[in-house]
Write a protein that binds this ligand. Structure first.
Ligand code: OAD
Length: 237
């Protein structure tokens, strides 16, 4: 197989696990001591905005304390050195791909380091705490800012671009995602439907979508990604 010239890499929480960022489904259904429905839905924000803001403030404050790992770095190296295009689509809201050197990362579930005004719609880069008293830098409304995170029941970002890249790619790699949350969980099926791309799963354990992948490598992303990238670069020479 290969050489590959147009690669799409989908990542999930598992790619950041070795950096010390907790995954969602490996802790008895609790995410940093909260049920997902209590912090990651529009209803939760309407019911208890202070709790939700505090939750995301803590996640945002954690970012400078964690570092990109070998999986993030390997993906960035592939992007730089491959004679072709590598699109990184992530479900993660951290900034570890960028800090590992990746460019043009598509954050389909939003980003911790951005907030959005529910009144004027403007987005702002944000690295500090945000509260219900923080005025929107654009329109001044308070409360108005919310984390720019795609919560359950909301539409993921950049779907047109993602599907265009999925249909064009010749290799699709899924790294560190349990395959439970759609639409990302359905990307591999879409790639197979089009029919011309190879598909590889890299995950600690078989994901919910494992049967869709032609090739699977099970183990730690930080250990499996560097040799996979070496192979792809060698094939591409
Ligand atoms: P999950 O927590 O559902 O799955 C993480 C996957 O990574 C699991 O299958 C683990 O086995 C695997 N894993 C853990 N450590 C790993 C390692 N070191 N190397 C490789 N794999 C490892 O996370 P996601 O699939 O990303 O949505 O979850 C998808 C979405 O559900 C998230 O984006 C989030 C969540 O609710 C929103 O916040 C909107």
């Amino acid at each position: 197989m290969g050489p590959y010239r147009d690669i799409v890499i989908l990542t999930g929480a598992g790619v950041s696990a070795e950096s010390g960022v907790r995954t969602f489904r490996d802790n008895d259904g609790l995410w940093e001591e909260h049920r997902v429905e209590d912090v990651a839905t529009p209803e939760a924000f309407a019911r208890d905005p202070k709790l939700v803001q505090r939750f995301y403030n803590l996640r945002r404050a954690q970012l400078p304390t964690v570092q990109p790992n070998d999986a993030h770095k390997a993906i960035a190296r592939l992007q730089k050195e491959l004679d072709g295009r590598v699109t990184v689509v992530t479900q993660n809201v951290d900034n570890l791909h960028e800090r590992g050197g990746a460019e043009g990362v598509i954050h389909m579930h939003g980003e911790l380091c951005r907030v959005r005004c529910v009144h004027c719609g403007m987005r702002h880069d944000w690295t500090t705490d945000c509260t219900q008293a923080t005025p929107c830098p654009s329109c001044g409304a308070a409360p108005g800012l919310r984390p720019d995170i795609v919560w359950f029941g909301e539409m993921p970002y950049h779907m047109d671009l993602i599907y265009t890249r999925l249909r064009a790619c010749d290799l699709f790699i899924s790294v560190g995602t349990s395959g439970n949350v759609y639409p990302a969980a359905g990307f591999v099926a879409e790639v197979r439907r089009i029919g011309h791309a190879h598909t590889i799963e890299v995950n600690l354990e078989p994901s919910a979508g494992v049967s869709y992948f032609e090739e699977c490598r099970h183990g730690m992303a930080g250990e499996l990604m560097p040799p996979l990238v070496d192979e792809l670069l060698k094939k591409g020479q």
